[in-house]
Write a protein that binds this ligand. Structure first.
Ligand SMILES: Nc1nc2c(ncn2[C@@H]2O[C@H](COP(=O)(O)OP(=O)(O)OP(=O)(O)O)[C@@H](O)[C@H]2O)c(=O)[nH]1
Length: 514
């Protein structure tokens, strides 16, 4: 089957097999139909009873009682009906034995019916002769000893009378208990009677012949009937029924024993299934536990990962900030560097162009700094640079910008300064701050600064406007140097009033002091 793994297929097959097994065992333990079994036994009992009555009727006829031949075949329809019911119940007893016993019983009953018919014919002939015989002998005797015997010698009359008496006695005895010696005696009695009939009239002679015929019929029919009776008895129908009953009984008992056995199997199998279920449940529970542990580990790992990502992100952000700091700032003084200053200057110029305010740039170059380096070493020079940065920064407003361009060069950016005087005041304060540095690291130093001041009021901003303004301030600083240092000089191109016409091009630096 496509899409189903072999493992799942095996599990499905196992479940089907287990269910089928359960169904099979359950089916084998289903309760026996006790009523059906009882019906079989009752049918058999009734059949046995009818058979016994049948036999009794035959025996009654045999001993000369109740010459009712109809009663002989009366139970046969019911017996056939009962046999049919037994045949239908045969599946209740599995195996061939019961069926064979049933067939044997049915055959014996059929044979018995045939023999019973023969018996009936035989018995009716015998009865006819037996009912004829006693009155015929009595009548013959009366005739012989009466008028009929008047012409015969008295000795012959007496002999014939005795022979007839003997014949009568022997016949009756033979009828009760046929024996070969009695048969011989009867033949002798007949022969004697026939031999003595000569002197008697024809009627007596005929009567003697009739009596002889009937005596012989009784002899033959009694013998025949007894043989039939013996054959009927030898059929043993009752024993056959009894055997069939025992086989049914045994089959029913075996069925109960088998069901008990399968109940035990079912019990054991249910126990095994329960164990299997417990095993599966434990495995499921273990799987859930493992899944829970893995889940928790994953959550922990995830949390750790998230924490590490957050830490790493923070590190990267710090590094980026550091890089930005390094890129934008001077590592010695912490002031912004030239690049960042240029960007801020450009922005300030854009703002100034829009608002019409003044942007001032003061280029600061220290005086006598080389001497500090040369006298007290580079470290002392560094300390001076840091001190300058710190002191100048301290005197500026928060929105003012101080940058270190490199070496001993600094630059101040001011926006919205109150004219030339305002710018001059700031420059003077810066000069004083630098001059105020007289000692670093225990060494006496003497430094000052030269400041060049450029200013513009915005207008049209060109890409070079910032550089131009810085160059003007630089040029002014140069002028301050030339003028004797430790002072500030205004750039000649500095604009202090409200903006005139927009500036369209950078001016060449001039060398005028202000
Ligand atoms: N300690 C230190 N010295 C520096 C640094 N950068 C540049 N310098 C030195 O600063 C000095 C600057 O030279 P100058 O400007 O000619 O020195 P000065 O004595 O101020 O001369 P004037 O400007 O003419 O007054 C040089 O000797 C450089 O080697 C720095 O970061 N630290």
């Amino acid at each position: 089957m496509k899409g189903i793994s072999p493992r799942r297929l095996a599990v499905i097959a196992l479940l089907v097999a287990l269910t089928a097994m359960l169904g099979y065992l359950f089916n084998r333990t289903q309760a026996t139909d006790i009523e059906a079994q009882n019906r079989v036994m009752l049918t058999l009992r009734e059949l046995e009873k009818l058979d016994a009555e049948w036999t009794v009727n035959i025996l009654r006829l045999h001993v000369g009682l109740n010459p009712d031949y109809a009663s002989l075949s009366a139970p046969l329809p019911r017996m056939r009906e009962l046999q049919q019911q037994l045949a239908e119940a045969l599946p209740l007893s599995p195996g061939p034995e019961t069926r064979t016993a049933y067939t044997d019983m049915a055959r014996r009953l059929r044979d018995k019916a045939t023999l019973a018919e023969e018996f009936k014919m035989q018995n009716s002939r015998l009865r006819s002769s037996l009912s004829y015989f006693p009155p015929a002998i009595t009548a013959l005797k009366a005739e012989v000893t009466g008028i009929g015997g008047a012409t015969a010698p008295a000795r012959t009359v007496l002999a014939l009378d005795g022979a007839l008496n003997a014949l009568m006695t022997d016949i009756l005895r033979y009828n009760l208990a046929p024996a070969p010696e009695l048969a011989r005696s009867i033949e002798q009695d007949i022969a004697l009677a026939v031999s003595l009939k000569g002197p008697f009239p024809q009627s007596i002679r005929d009567a003697i012949d009739d009596v002889a015929v009937h005596a012989r019929l009784i002899l033959r029919h009694r013998q025949h009937e007894n043989a039939l009776d013996a054959r009927i008895a030898a059929l043993g129908t009752a024993a056959a029924m009894d055997r069939l009953g025992r086989l049914f009984d045994r089959a029913f008992d075996q069925g109960i024993i088998e069901k008990q056995r399968f109940r035990t199997f079912l019990f054991i199998y249910s126990g095994l299934l329960l164990l299997l279920l417990i095993y599966a449940a434990r495995r499921l529970r273990r799987s859930y536990t493992i899944i829970g542990v893995v889940n928790r580990s994953l959550q922990a790992a995830n949390a750790t990962l998230e924490q590490r990502v957050a830490e790493r992100t923070a590190e990267l952000e710090a590094q980026a900030e550091q890089l930005k700091q390094l890129a934008d700032h001077d590592s010695l003084t912490g002031l912004i560097n030239y690049g960042q200053f240029s960007r801020l200057l450009d922005l300030a110029l854009v703002r100034a162009a829009r608002r019409g305010n003044i942007v001032v740039v003061m280029f600061i170059d220290l005086d006598g700094f080389k001497a500090v380096n040369d006298t007290w070493g580079h470290a002392a020079g560094d300390m001076v640079l840091k001190e300058v940065a710190s002191r100048v920064k301290a005197l500026l407003r928060k929105e003012d910008v101080l940058a270190r361009l490199g070496g001993d060069e600094f630059v101040i950016l001011l926006e919205e300064v109150k004219g030339r005087e305002g710018a001059g005041r700031v420059a003077q304060l810066a000069l004083d701050a630098v001059r105020g540095i007289t000692e670093v690291d225990g060494h006496l130093v003497r430094i000052s600064a030269s400041i060049g001041i450029g200013a513009t009021c915005g207008g049209i901003v060109t890409p070079e406007a910032g550089e131009t303004l810085l160059a003007e301030a630089d040029q002014a600083m140069y002028s301050a140097k030339q003028a004797g240092k430790s002072r500030f000089v205004f750039s000649p191109g500095a604009q202090w009033d409200s903006c005139p016409a927009p500036r369209t091009a950078a001016r060449q630096p001039g060398a005028r002091s202000g």
